[in-house]
Every structure is written in structure tokens, then in C-alpha cells.
Design a protein around this ligand. Structure first.
Ligand SMILES: C[S@@+](CC[C@H](N)C(=O)[O-])C[C@H]1O[C@@H](n2cnc3c(N)ncnc32)[C@H](O)[C@@H]1O
Length: 314
């Protein structure tokens, strides 16, 4: 079993020239640049913003996790089972204490942080290595792009080959990652029969769409999001990053928040897309369609969803 908490690359990481082509394609296809905002200097910007108590989005999602916790306490007992806890999009690690309490992570369990951003994995290690070492026997850190087919399965296989246990795949505050529904398929594909997946996703209710959009128009949020276009400039995918934010809006059909930026030279790029379902039926439909069977679905007062899943069919 690997026990040194080094960051290991899973899958392949493209070089800067390849990244330039990837980003140009993303811009042409009106996809979101968000995942690049977390890299390099953007990691620090995210860490700062995530600790800002004005930034409510992540907190609503943590509350949704607590609702799932209540269900777990009554219904499922993991006490005697070793767990591989696979934390997707682990960010700066802020939700680790909630997850360790929720699943009562213990010695013999393994925590696995998985993120595209090496810089955020480093921040997480700095802040939580000591905490984790008191809770679990092993901590592992994998850098990979979760939106590329096969990478989540690759992470799970890698862990299972060292340490057979129930895999719990967890993701909180990942509306942006789940705006690409394929990621749900990749998770389903990676789950075994005894495994679970647990998510929390911020939602919108028709009466609060406008206020949620306004949260994304805040200066603090924009100061983070701009790193997506700055990164695109640093690899040469756009000539310069001058421009202005367009007002955030909610696309009812896609059930997604969209933040766009108009470059001074005329092109408009999408800096963020975030899946924010408007009700439970949408959650059920999208998750089932992408191979996840919902075991328990909880909705908080402020419209965030906590979702416990098993592998379904698709
Ligand atoms: C919205 S943040 C949420 C972080 C954390 N879960 C929280 O709530 O504070 C999204 C996280 O997912 C990571 N991420 C985004 N796209 C990714 C991708 N395609 N592959 C791997 N990680 C990704 C980012 O680097 C970031 O850490």
C-alpha cells in the first residue's frame, strides 16, 4: 500500500502547446473555461474566495451534506468496513471535516483527494495532512482531469488494487463539474456493486434565480473567475484578456448558471457553467439517465440537494 502522501498524476497531462489547442477548441465550442481558473495563480484566488464567508454557494452545499449525514446515521453502518474515501474536486479541503464526520472515517480507511489543480492539492495537503493523519491510515493525492473518460475509473482501480475496501466517491460544490453530465457517467462506470457515491449540489428555486445570479456578479467571484481567461492568455489561446463581464443568467433548458466575458476584440467566452437543478425531479432524471441510482435525496430549505447514490444502469 502506498503511504507517502505525494501528488501523483493519473492519466496524461497535456503540454502547454496542446493546452493552447484544447482551450481554443473549448472557446469555439462555447464550453466553459472554469477548470483552468483553478490552476497556478487561480488556486490562491479560489482558496481566498472559498474562505470568504460572503461566498454562500459552497456553504449551502455543506448544509446539504449534513442532511445526508442524518440519513446515513439511521440507515447505513460502515463501522466495520474499511473505506476508500475518494474526494473528487477536493479543492482546498474545506469540506474534509464534514466528510470525515459523516462517514466516521477511521484508522484502516484511506482518504484520496483528486483534483485537476496541483496547486490546490498542495494547499489541501498543507492544511489537512496532519488532521487526516489522525483520522485515517493513508492519504493519497491524485492530479487528473475528471472530465476525461476513464480517469475516475483509473483512480478507483489504482486504489482498489492496493487496498480492497468499499469505495465512496464524493463530490461537494461541483455544479460546475456536473454541468458536464458525462462526469456522472464516468462516476457510475467507476462504481462497484457495494460502493456509494455522495454529492451535494446547489439548486435554484424559481423565486431565487435572480439572487443566485447576483452572487456570481460579485467582485470577489469575478476576481476568481477572471483567472480562466488569464490562463488562456498565458498559453496563447487568446491574445489579451481585456474585456468585461456580462451579467450572469440562468438557462432554464440546461438548468445551468452561465457567466460570460466579452473580450475587447469582440469574442465572448464562457467563464463558468454550473448545473443548478430547480427541483428534485430534475436531479432524479439527470442522475438516473447517467447511470446513478438514487438511494436518498435530501433538499435543504435553501434549495441545495444532498444525494446518496449507488451504481445504476444506463
Ligand atoms: C467549485 S470548486 C469546489 C471545491 C470544493 N469541493 C469546495 O466545495 O470547496 C471545484 C473544484 O474541482 C476542481 N475541478 C474542476 N474541474 C475539474 C476537472 N475537470 N478535473 C478535476 N478537478 C476539477 C477544481 O480544481 C476545484 O478544486
Amino acid at each position: 500500500m502506498i503511504s507517502t502522501p505525494q501528488i501523483e498524476i493519473v492519466g496524461t497531462i497535456p503540454n502547454k502547446k496542446e493546452i493552447k489547442n484544447i482551450i481554443s477548441k473549448i472557446i469555439n465550442e462555447c464550453q466553459s473555461l472554469l477548470k483552468f481558473a483553478y490552476l497556478e495563480k487561480g488556486a490562491q484566488a479560489w482558496d481566498t474566495m472559498r474562505q470568504n464567508t460572503d461566498f454562500l454557494v459552497g456553504n449551502r452545499e455543506i448544509n446539504a451534506l449534513k442532511e445526508i449525514s442524518a440519513y446515513l446515521n439511521q440507515s447505513i453502518d460502515f463501522d466495520n468496513e474499511p473505506i476508500n474515501f475518494i474526494h473528487l474536486g477536493s479543492g482546498n479541503g474545506i469540506e474534509i471535516p464534514v466528510f470525515t464526520a459523516m462517514f466516521k472515517l477511521k484508522k484502516k480507511d484511506t482518504y484520496i483527494g483528486v483534483d485537476i489543480s496541483k496547486e490546490l492539492l498542495e494547499i489541501l495537503r498543507k492544511n489537512y495532512s496532519e488532521y487526516l493523519s489522525k483520522k485515517v491510515t493513508y492519504s493519497l493525492f491524485f492530479q487528473t482531469d475528471l472530465e476525461l473518460k476513464g480517469n475516475i475509473k483509473h483512480v478507483c482501480n489504482k486504489i482498489s488494487s492496493h487496498h480492497r475496501a468499499i469505495n465512496i466517491i464524493a463530490a461537494s460544490g461541483e455544479g460546475t463539474l456536473f454541468s458536464n453530465h458525462n462526469v456522472l457517467k464516468y462516476i457510475s462506470d467507476a462504481l462497484g456493486k457495494s460502493d456509494y457515491a455522495v454529492f451535494s449540489i446547489d439548486g435554484v428555486a424559481t423565486n431565487d434565480v435572480q439572487s443566485i445570479c447576483l452572487e456570481y456578479d460579485k467582485t470577489t467571484v469575478r476576481e476568481f473567475l477572471i483567472h480562466g481567461i488569464k490562463y488562456a492568455k498565458s498559453v496563447g489561446a487568446v491574445k489579451n484578456d481585456f474585456g468585461q463581464f456580462l451579467p450572469t443568467y440562468y438557462d432554464d433548458n440546461l438548468q445551468q448558471i452561465i457567466v460570460s466575458y466579452k473580450l475587447a476584440d469582440g469574442d465572448t467566452v464562457i467563464l463558468l457553467k454550473s448545473f443548478k437543478p430547480s427541483n428534485e425531479k430534475v436531479v432524479e432524471r439527470i442522475f438516473n439517465k447517467n447511470g446513478l441510482e438514487i438511494v436518498h435525496l435530501a433538499k435543504t430549505k435553501d434549495n441545495a440537494f444532498g444525494i446518496l447514490c449507488k451504481k445504476g444502469i444506463f
